[in-house]
Ligand binder design. Structure first.
Ligand SMILES: Nc1ncnc2c1ncn2[C@@H]1O[C@H](COP(=O)(O)OP(=O)(O)OP(=O)(O)O)[C@@H](O)[C@H]1O
Ligand SMILES: [Mg+2]
Length: 163
């Protein structure tokens, strides 16, 4: 009823983060610009931190627009009470890796192929991890190792850790 009264097209105060409603404060603009800069310059690891409810997830939801536009492949991890093998499965699913998705070695092999192939074409690949502070140590360690993929121009996988 209030939507009709106020002429809203959608219900306000939705709990799920919607990038269309991101209020781009100076800090949010700067954070988004830094995420994009970090990806472009192949820094390897990029960290986004902020107080609870300050819009980190909403900001991350804005990133795919940029990534799709620039043909950058990415995987988005957000359920983090996971085991390392589940993380690999999620990455394989998001990046559409053609391999046996229950085999860590096959996934790493297929990921390596994708990273090299993308790098040869001048592209990079991004792994976005929200709620990274909740990661189990073993998963964090696996992510650290994924950061080791590199060639002489820089890191092949850009990892964004938000939390
Ligand atoms: N800059 C913003 N513009 C629009 N809405 C925002 C902004 N910042 C936060 N919100 C709103 O506040 C709520 C929490 O935002 P969000 O989930 O993105 O925060 P968060 O930093 O990821 O929080 P948490 O630390 O709990 O994960 C969401 O409903 C979101 O729509
Ligand atoms: Mg969040």
């Amino acid at each position: 009823m209030c939507n009709a009264f106020f002429g809203f097209k959608e219900s306000p105060f939705n709990l799920s983060p919607d990038p269309a409603f991101l209020y781009r404060s100076a800090q949010h603009e700067e954070a988004l610009a830094n995420l994009i800069y970090g990806v472009q310059s192949r820094k390897g690891f990029i960290v986004l931190t902020g107080e609870v409810g300050t819009g980190k997830t909403t900001l991350l939801e804005c990133l795919p627009d940029y990534l799709y536009e620039h043909r950058v492949e990415f995987a988005f991890l957000f359920t983090l009470r996971i085991k390392p093998e589940e993380m690999y499965e999620m990455i394989a699913y998001d990046l559409d890796l053609r391999c046996n998705r229950s085999s860590k070695t096959e996934i790493i092999d297929a990921l390596n192929d994708l990273l090299i192939q993308q790098a040869n074409q001048g592209y990079t690949v991004v792994l976005i991890v929200d709620e990274a502070h909740n990661l189990a140590w073993e998963v964090l360690e696996e992510i650290r190792m994924l950061g080791n993929f590199e060639n002489r121009t820089g890191k092949l996988l850009q990892v964004i850790l938000a939390g």
